[in-house]
Design a protein around this ligand. Structure first.
Ligand code: ZN
Length: 137
């Protein structure tokens, strides 16, 4: 029995959460950067490592080039950073092939905010590009 319990626990997924003010900031930043892409890293709370509380902006993140916004060699060594967020200047929040490559390499949770950058127009993905539910707290 202990064996099965252990297996069940291992397959349990993290219930990701994001602070509403952090999501607000993402959507506002995406709007103000439009028609360029906005990109940043996601940081979790030190106590609650499943709760995204803050954005970390990378130097030189303003760029019209798709996905050149992530200069990940400049990524700080910081274990509270769990993933990325970027905006799509279009109505689709689906990850592109380039997005999926980025997801696989860096982090465990990735948010894409699409036009019109509202609470209904963003999605979160795991490192494999599968949809992930994120609670707004
Ligand atoms: Zn993208």
């Amino acid at each position: 029995m202990g064996f099965f319990k252990k297996n069940k626990k291992e397959t349990q997924q993290v219930q990701w959460k994001i602070k509403k003010r952090c999501l607000d900031l993402i959507l506002e930043s995406a709007k103000s950067t439009y028609p360029n892409e906005f990109g940043a890293l996601l940081r979790v709370d030190e106590q609650h490592k499943d709760t995204i509380v803050e954005l970390v902006l990378l130097p030189g993140t303003i760029s019209g080039d798709s996905h050149a916004i992530f200069r990940l060699h400049m990524m700080p060594v910081d274990f509270s950073i769990v993933g990325t967020i970027h905006s799509h200047p279009g109505p689709s929040a689906r990850p592109s092939d380039a997005d999926l490559m980025l997801f696989r390499k860096h982090g465990r949770i990735h948010i894409i905010a699409a036009e019109p950058f509202t609470f209904e127009s963003w999605k979160a993905y795991d490192y494999n590009g599968n949809n992930v539910d994120v609670l707004i707290v």
